[in-house]
Design a protein around this ligand. Structure first.
Ligand code: IPD
Ligand code: CA
Ligand code: CA
Length: 274
C-alpha cells in the first residue's frame, strides 16, 4: 500500500476518533490515576484507543500498535511487515480534556525500523488535522481545505513564541523543567504551556510556534509531531543537541531550525548551574 493511502486511512481514523472525544467533552467522566495523582485516565482514553486500534488493525493486519493505553501485537505474525509499528496517543492532553479546556489531540504515526513514514495529529475542537508523509511534506486539513504547512522564519529568541510542558513527576522530582522555563522566559517574546505535546509540535510545524522543548516525554506523545516538524522544514534534536531517535522516553527540542542553536544554548547554560 502506498504512503498516501496509508495517510488517508490515518486521517480518517483520527477524525473519527476525534468525534468520540468531542462528544465526551461535556459528559461526566470517571477518572482513574496512572503514574501519579495528577496523571489521569478517563473512559474516553480507553474508548478512543479501542476504536483506533481496531480500525488500524483491520486496515493493516500485519502491523503492530504501541498505544499509550494498550499494546497490540500484529495479528498475522511472521509476515514481511514485521517492522511496521503505529505509535498511538488516543487523547494527548487528557488533563485539559478532564477540565473541559479545549486543547487536546489524537496522535497517530507509522514507523518502520524506527524511521517515521506517516504522522497525523488531529485537533477535534478546531477540526484541524495536521499530517505528514516522509519525504513529501506536511499539510493542514480543515473541513474541505488542505494546505501545505511550513515552519516560521523567526531567527532571534526575542521575536519567538515558544512552548513547553512539565512531567507528571514534577511534584517529587527536582528535575522538573522549572529553571529552564525561567531562563527561556527572560529571553523570548512569549511562552505557552498548552498541555498537549502533539499540538505543540504540530504548531511548530505550522509556524504558529517557533520552538518547543520538553523533558521525559513518551514515544506516543511525539512520534507524529516530530515527522510534522521535519517535513515542514524544521529541526528536531534531543535536548542535549544529539540526533533525535524515537525511544520509549524522550527529551526533545523542536524548532523552525533558525533558533535551534540559541534554544540549545539556553538549556546548556542552565545545565551548568549558577
Ligand atoms: C501529556 C501532554 C502534556 C505533556 C505531558 C504528556 P497525556 O500527554 O502531552 O502536554 O506535558 O508530558 O504526558 O498524558 O495528556 O497523553
Ligand atoms: Ca500524551
Ligand atoms: Ca494520552
Amino acid at each position: 500500500m502506498d504512503l498516501k493511502t496509508i495517510e488517508n486511512i490515518a486521517v480518517d481514523t483520527a477524525r473519527e476518533a476525534g468525534a468520540i472525544i468531542r462528544r465526551g467533552l461535556t459528559k461526566q467522566k470517571s477518572l482513574s490515576m496512572k503514574s501519579s495523582e495528577i496523571d489521569l485516565l478517563t473512559e474516553y482514553d480507553k474508548e478512543t484507543d479501542t476504536f483506533i486500534t481496531g480500525r488500524l488493525l483491520s486496515a493493516f493486519p500485519s502491523h503492530s500498535i504501541k498505544s499509550e493505553e494498550s499494546t497490540t501485537e500484529k495479528r498475522e505474525p511472521g509476515n514481511q511487515d514485521d517492522d511496521y509499528v503505529w505509535h498511538v496517543d488516543p487523547i494527548d492532553g487528557t488533563i485539559n480534556f478532564v477540565h473541559g479546556y479545549p486543547i487536546f489531540a489524537v496522535s497517530l504515526a507509522l514507523y518502520k525500523e524506527n524511521e517515521p513514514l506517516v504522522g497525523v495529529v488531529y485537533d477535534p475542537m478546531r477540526d484541524e488535522c495536521f499530517s505528514a508523509i516522509s519525504g513529501r511534506g506536511a499539510w493542514l486539513r480543515s473541513g474541505e481545505t488542505c494546505q501545505s504547512i511550513h515552519v516560521s522564519t523567526a531567527n532571534r529568541l526575542v521575536e519567538s513564541l515558544l512552548a513547553t510542558g512539565f512531567p507528571y513527576d514534577r511534584h517529587q522530582n527536582r528535575d522538573n523543567n522549572i529553571s529552564q522555563t525561567a531562563a527561556y522566559l527572560k529571553k523570548v517574546r512569549g511562552l505557552r504551556r498548552s498541555g498537549a505535546a502533539a499540538i505543540d509540535l504540530a504548531y511548530v510545524a505550522a509556524g504558529r510556534l517557533d520552538g518547543y522543548w520538553e523533558f521525559r516525554l513518551r514515544s506516543w506523545d511525539v512520534a507524529a509531531g516530530v515527522l510534522l516538524v521535519g517535513e515542514a522544514g524544521g529541526a528536531v534534536t534531543q535536548t542535549d543537541g544529539q540526533g533525535f531517535q524515537l525511544m520509549s522516553q524522550v527529551s526533545l527540542l523542536a524548532s523552525n531550525g533558525h533558533i535551534h542553536d540559541p534554544m540549545l544554548a539556553v538549556l546548556k547554560e542552565v545545565n551548568k548551574g549558577p
